[in-house]
Design a protein. Sequence first.
Length: 270
Amino acid sequence: MAKRERRARIAFIGGGAMGEAMIRGILTKKVAIPQDMVVSDVSPIRRELLNKKYGLSTLADNRKAMENADLIVLAVKPQNLRQVAEEIRAPSPEQLVLSILAGGTLSKLCQDLNHSCVVRAAPNMPAQIGQGITVWTATAETNKKQKELAQAVLSALGKEIYVADEKYLDMVTALGGSGAAYVFLFIEAFIDAGVHIGLPRSIAQEVVLQTMIGSTCAVEKMGKHPAELKNMVTSPGGTTTEALLQLEKGAFRYHLLEAVAAAHAKAQRL
Ligand SMILES: NC(=O)c1ccc[n+]([C@@H]2O[C@H](COP(=O)([O-])OP(=O)(O)OC[C@H]3O[C@@H](n4cnc5c(N)ncnc54)[C@H](OP(=O)(O)O)[C@@H]3O)[C@@H](O)[C@H]2O)c1
């Protein structure tokens, strides 16, 4: 009879917004069960909440939490990394550490942790509702099974893409990480524009949100270039071209390109 594979054990260091999102996704997608997971957090309020809500064991001791874990997820704020790295330094060689911290290169993580099996992932804020996009990479020492585990856990946050070259992570931070803020700003301004011309705010919000969702789905499902879809909405001498003229006058595309390039330059400096 074939031997049944042991389920992976996962330790979370930090059970805040992102840690909880991962736990929720992991349980929903049945990547692991509550008995396979443990969370360590300095906050007694978070520990009680995660224990009550998901039935997980919780601890205040990071070192203890990582004992026996196949995967150690770092989900604290970047400013807490130094202390956490000291506490969990030099895990067993077969343990995989997965960091979702903004910034922090693989080489820095390996050095701080004195460990070589490390995954660095760059999720974005909609991951908190399982609609994120996470781009991730791993050190050469990470084996196939560990990569599969990392992929299963990250897919709990939404879509995920593995890249072999770490340089893409700073680019993704500028496009998808900070990008969520550009989209929120656009949505806010778009709703305000509806209110400005006289629509009740609640109607403006519903129209804007469904226009964003519908247009995104159209790009995804219709298999046409965005410019082609835009042209389909733009009749000669009509209302759309009047609006597009104003956006081109304000150099909308130029500013978007400049904004993403500035965020990328900043991510590289961090
Ligand atoms: N939020 C996002 O949308 C987002 C998106 C992409 C990437 N990320 C990355 O994800 C990471 C986590 O973000 P988050 O929004 O989940 O942060 P968060 O909500 O602040 O969660 C972090 C948790 O870790 C706890 N903590 C602090 N120091 C600790 C320590 N020494 N040991 C154990 N636990 C400790 C915090 O407790 P206290 O609050 O009491 O300090 C908090 O409960 C960050 O590094 C961030 O860069 C976040």
